[in-house]
Design a binder for this molecule. Structure first.
Ligand SMILES: [Cu+2]
Length: 154
């Protein structure tokens, strides 16, 4: 019970203190406004973001208009591609079609050689990829990830 008068004194002192702090408040607002104007770090961040672009090599796989003939055909149906490997010459064209269900032909390697047909069904137009560099290009169906095969360019 003897603490009540002391608490009241502290509250009064706090009220008196807040009056003087109210005078300081405008300075605090000005300080934060200055720090908002401050970020000259933004140009540095843009320079950093631009660095990866010159290092990226051009992709060895691109989507092209399907020719009337001369393609290596990849056919997806029943949760599988029709072959495990598809051999194609450099600059050869692989044509992806779907006989049943809905499937994709999607590059498995995470690189600049990434390619993706998007989802096709039996009524979709085929998607054709041209492979412009030798090598192995593993791919899968992004809907049924157990569907895997490889395009071998030689
Ligand atoms: Cu699939």
């Amino acid at each position: 019970m003897s603490r009540t008068p002391l608490l009241s004194l502290l509250l009064i002192a706090a009220c008196g203190g807040s009056d003087s702090k109210a005078v300081d408040a405008p300075n605090a607002v000005i300080d934060s406004a200055v720090s908002i104007d401050a970020p000259p770090g933004t140009p540095d961040a843009q320079v950093f973001d631009a660095k990866p672009t010159p290092d990226a090599k051009p992709s060895s796989v691109k989507i092209v208009t399907c020719p009337a003939s001369g393609t290596v055909d990849v056919v997806a149906s029943n949760f599988m591609f029709d072959k495990a490997t598809y051999a194609v010459a450099v600059d050869g064209i692989v044509k992806f079609t779907v006989a049943s269900g809905a499937h994709t032909m999607t590059a498995t390697a995470a690189s600049s050689d990434a390619f993706d047909s998007g989802t096709l069904t039996s009524t979709s137009d085929p998607v054709c990829f041209q492979f412009t560099a030798a090598g192995g290009f593993p791919f899968h169906c992004s809907i049924h990830t157990s569907m895997t095969a490889t395009v071998t360019v030689q």
